[in-house]
Design a protein around this ligand. Structure first.
Ligand code: GDD
Length: 398
């Protein structure tokens, strides 16, 4: 792969937020070009060997809820062979057992591809045992099962990836129509992560475009309504502390993202669709230097956050309705609003945005989504000793 090096960065405590990087060539060539060792180069060539090294150690977590099987199969076909897919499903079990259908499709696919995989149902007792045995009750609801929600499935996926010894975790939604785009995201994850000299790094994808039909013509929109609003308020938060206006943050809601495992285990998380915005808030709260950091070693090593623009258009099942969009906006702005690092003037602007957009009532405050403490608090040794999660049919170990 050949990538543009990020031209600008913003530093916030131990965090380095890199400007969007453009992909020049999805394939960077077999030979390494000497010119890239020059200190003046502006393009980075990442060798295939380095990409493969990371992919071998990466789990790609695919959250699924009642998606078409054909879409999920397409997503699987786009995942590089060496990455381990972890399918975390919250699909219906009755009247028709959609999860069983997913299991059967994934199993057949992976047999043909001779590929290892993991599949688990979010609400299965076997998955819940990991969190019971690991003394991490936060993810469990009153029934003792993993809470519903996309973030909750993602957290369960991270814990499984850690149990299986993976060093990186990436996330790709299961409703993607283009396997080529999925393949690109996975490659961008490894290209992005390969740039960091710190053990703590994250890559977030900004879609090159999201095609829509407008007046019977294809229109290649860049930002959706939710991203536009979330990015605006994240940038205002950053500007408040740096004293300079910025537009650097473009990936506030990036569903497609990857983390090095040491960082994935240290961040706090928030529920449902606020998870991606909350990554930034957790980074600022824990490592921004505004509040004392519980992890001084991370403050020394630093954290790299890369934002990369994909080349493929992103086409997914978009018709989830206005209420879904409004809920995503409220949750995203809610985690900014309720953070102790959010200044009063920004809180007022958020209230105005939500009230004028009729997303919340006139005198209401935005929801404060449930929070989950860092997954480093899970006792992986105790969780790994229980064999339930490995034996049961819901969970096929790699
Ligand atoms: N395991 C699990 N559990 N998966 C879920 C759940 C759940 O409760 N709810 C949804 N999913 C899966 C869906 O099947 C899909 O693959 C993925 O999570 C995203 O859900 P969508 O409902 O399709 O979300 P979206 O397309 O509106 O939003 C996506 O893109 C946003 C960026 O524009 C999500 O990835 C957002 O988190 C992201 O911010």
């Amino acid at each position: 792969m050949r990538l543009e090096l990020p031209a600008n960065t913003e530093r916030f405590g131990a965090n380095t937020f890199h400007h969007i990087q453009k992909v020049f060539e999805l394939d960077g060539g077999y030979e390494l070009d000497e010119e890239f060792s020059s200190p003046f180069h502006v393009i980075e060539q990442i060798s295939r060997g380095r990409l493969f090294e990371i992919e071998r150690d990466m789990a790609i977590i695919i959250p699924v809820k009642n998606e078409r099987l054909r879409l999920l199969e397409g997503v699987l076909s786009g995942i590089p062979h060496d990455c381990l897919p972890i399918i975390l499903s919250n699909s219906k079990r009755d009247p028709v057992d959609r999860f069983r259908m997913e299991q059967s499709m994934v199993d057949t696919f992976c047999r043909y591809a001779k590929k290892r995989y993991v599949i688990a149902h979010q609400r299965s007792p076997e998955l819940a045992r990991v969190f019971q045995d690991g003394s991490y009750p936060h993810l469990l609801d009153q029934e003792g099962l993993v809470h519903n929600g996309k973030a909750e499935g993602m957290l369960a996926g991270i814990a499984l990836a850690q149990l299986l010894g993976k060093k990186y975790v990436g996330f790709i939604d299961s409703d993607n129509y283009f396997p080529g785009a999925v393949f690109e995201y996975a490659r961008l994850f490894s290209a992005g992560l390969s740039q960091s000299r710190s053990p703590y790094s994250m890559v977030r994808i900004q879609w090159q475009s999201k095609p829509k039909i407008v007046d019977s013509e294809l229109f290649f929109a860049k930002f959706g309504r939710v991203s536009r609003i979330t990015n605006q308020y994240l940038n205002l938060l950053l500007s408040h502390y740096t004293g300079s206006e910025t537009e650097l943050l473009r990936t506030g809601n990036a569903g497609e993202h990857a983390l090095s495992m040491p960082l994935a285990l240290l961040l706090d998380y928030s529920a449902g669709f606020s998870i991606e915005t909350y990554h930034f808030i957790s980074l600022l709260e824990k490592f921004g230097g505004v509040m004392p950091s519980p992890f001084p070693e991370v403050m020394k090593a630093g954290i790299d956050l890369y934002q990369m623009e994909s080349r493929n258009p992103h086409l997914h099942d978009a018709d989830k309705g206005d209420d879904h969009i409004k809920e995503m906006i409220e949750y995203s702005l809610g985690v900014i609003y309720h953070s102790p690092v959010c200044p009063e003037n920004l809180k007022k602007e958020i209230l105005q945005e939500l009230q004028s957009g009729k997303i919340i009532g006139k005198n209401a405050e935005p929801v404060s989504p449930r929070k989950y403490p860092a997954l480093v608090n899970l006792d992986y040794e105790a969780a790994g000793r229980s064999t339930d999660w490995q034996r049961h049919g819901n969970f096929i170990p790699a």
